[in-house]
Design a protein around this ligand. Structure first.
Ligand code: NAP
Ligand code: ZN
Length: 349
């Protein structure tokens, strides 16, 4: 049962997205056909459409924050049934056999994980993402969205949620820990909610104080503007963990100075340009500079269950398909509160 599905695609690098149709493969025994309900817009979608990270595959149907309902399952699928509420994030396949896949960190598969879009499957076919009415995904890469989280506010959890949850867990964030989140956008606002729910004391470091009220409402104790030089004096040596969610280059040394001895700055932001730092910023204080990429499938399910338990979803602005290009511009101008989510029923309607 091959499915032709309406989608939104960037026809070539940097081009505006436009309506199109794509074909989804016949269901294999381990496949799930999902009717997409909502697809979040991640800044990574914009980086890839613009080829900020290198050569990409076009036409590109972005979207790796997918929430929807199971419409059909392959003959061998036992975990999901028609009608189940499910989500798909940044990966749709991996080898399943290497040490990293076996350890549940499929994002580091030695054969390379298959990205949800702008990727090539092990069958040689290009992948197309969630800005579409339906998607076919191997069951092992589908997560269950718990009852109690709306599909619209759940969609961004599949990337922004797991990408912030995983490093917070890796760096043992919890009660008694002081955490700073740089950038209060899609990832940043999830980082604030999750770190606060884990019991940490959270500070937002934003370009301005425009969103301060929201930051405090979503769980931050403090909110500072990085445009104010005094911020860096006031906060010197304060944090155990700094989570950098910024999509642009930052002066790393200035942020390292805000860490306590032994503290860690973890980068999840992925600008195309290299970040620079002075090694003495690390030596003076045994500080650590780290990175973190999304999270494995089991950890993504753990994050979704954690969000359900703590009543956490993303703060969203729902848009129709024809508003995607405007939404991209607004994300690039840091004018997002705090995640755009495409109502997939408007794609091809
Ligand atoms: P976003 O919604 O645009 O948020 C980024 C925030 O960074 C902005 O809201 C803004 O916050 C701040 N910012 C932007 N430009 C800045 C500048 N020049 N100087 C200082 N601050 C600036 O983007 P997102 O979707 O959260 O994604 C953020 C980054 O994470 C992107 O690079 C994305 O590709 C990357 N990412 C990485 C992973 C991973 O696995 N590691 C996964 C997903 C996304 P304020 O307005 O508060 O200053
Ligand atoms: Zn993303």
């Amino acid at each position: 049962m091959t499915t032709t599905t309406p989608a939104i695609a960037a026809p070539a690098v940097g081009q505006p997205l436009a309506p199109t149709t794509i074909v989804r493969r016949d269901l294999r025994p381990d496949d799930v056909l999902i009717d997409v309900a909502f697809a979040g817009i991640c800044h990574s979608d914009i980086h890839q459409v613009k080829e900020d990270w290198g050569t990409a595959i076009f036409p590109m149907v972005p979207g790796h924050e997918i929430a929807g309902v199971v419409a059909a399952v392959g003959s061998g699928v036992t975990k999901y049934q028609v009608g189940d509420r499910v989500g798909v994030g940044c990966m749709v396949d991996s080898c399943g056999e290497c040490e990293y896949c076996v350890a549940g960190t499929e994002q580091f598969c030695v054969k390379g994980n298959v990205q949800t879009y702008n990727g090539v499957g092990f069958d040689g076919e290009n992948t197309y993402g969630g800005y579409s009415r339906s998607i076919v995904v191997k069951d092992a890469f589908v997560c269950r969205i718990p009852e109690g989280i709306g599909l619209d506010v759940a969609a961004p959890l599949l990337c922004a949620g797991i990408t912030t949850y995983s490093p917070l867990r890796q760096w043992n964030v919890g009660p008694g820990k002081k955490v700073a989140v740089i950038g209060f956008g899609g990832l940043g606002h999830m980082g604030v909610k999750l770190a606060a729910a884990m019991g940490a004391e959270v500070t937002v470091l934003s370009q301005s104080l425009k969103k301060q009220e929201d930051g405090l409402k979503l769980g931050a104790k403090d909110y500072y503007a990085i445009s104010d030089e005094a911020t860096f004096d006031t906060l010197r040596g304060r944090f155990d963990v700094i989570l950098n969610t910024v999509s642009a280059k930052l002066p790393v040394d200035a942020y390292l100075s805000l860490l306590r001895v032994g503290g860690a700055m973890v980068n999840v932001g992925a600008p195309g340009e290299p970040l620079e730092y002075n090694v003495f910023s690390l030596l003076g204080g045994n500080r650590k500079l780290a990175g973190s990429m999304i999270g494995g499938i089991a950890e993504t399910q753990e994050m979704l269950d954690f969000c359900a338990e703590h009543g956490i979803g993303a703060e969203i602005e729902t848009i129709t398909a024809d508003q995607v290009n405007t939404a991209y511009e607004r994300v690039e101008n840091s004018d997002v509160r705090y995640r755009f989510v495409i109502d997939a029923s408007t794609i091809g309607a």
